[in-house]
Design a protein around this ligand. Sequence first.
Ligand SMILES: [Zn+2]
Ligand SMILES: [Zn+2]
Length: 216
Amino acid sequence: MILETRAVAPFYKNGFVVGCERTREAVLIDPGDEVDELLDVAREADVKFRSILLTHAHLDHVTGVASAKAALSVPVYLHRDDLFLYENVVQQGALFGLTVHPQPEIDVFYDLAPLYFGDYEVRVHHTPGHCPGGVCLQIGKKGETGTDLFVGDTLFAGSIGRTDLPGGDYPTLMRSITQVLFPLGDRATVHPGHGPDTTIQRERTTNPFVLEYLQP
Ligand SMILES: [Zn+2]
Ligand SMILES: [Zn+2]
């Protein structure tokens, strides 16, 4: 699997190029302010994008959608429950004192059907709590259990997503982490929206927020 990650100031939010090494087909995950770097690296890797996939619609994860869509002309995917955030991206920016431009329309709302690029399959899991329409994108070879999880801001190395933003809810977040993400398997690699990669096993056994929640 081709995997490239980039992050830039001010949010240091991870954007990803994930591609098939055989066919060079790829998906672009959460293009934000680092979108130009992602498009550059994709050009060097000679990949051809099939889609733009959003884990959720907080502004740091979507500010590059307009540039990406203009460059790639591929459909943009989002969970329906985050549409209100996406449509309010300009106001989200204003809260941070940032000028953010409106982004192009969402083309497809995720449903239960997997998506494909090259030899790979993306399974979409609804993981609300940080926001209503958060998803985990589970990626692996077609027909196999994917072991790369792009979780947005649901789970971080040693931390969890905040739940104090509109539509956030702590019990819902903890249910998503423990009942949706953990069953995807201890050996799965977690690629959070911010900070370094981790694994399900590490977070299940050492994440202080998880341990506190699971305490009998
Ligand atoms: Zn977020
Ligand atoms: Zn974020």
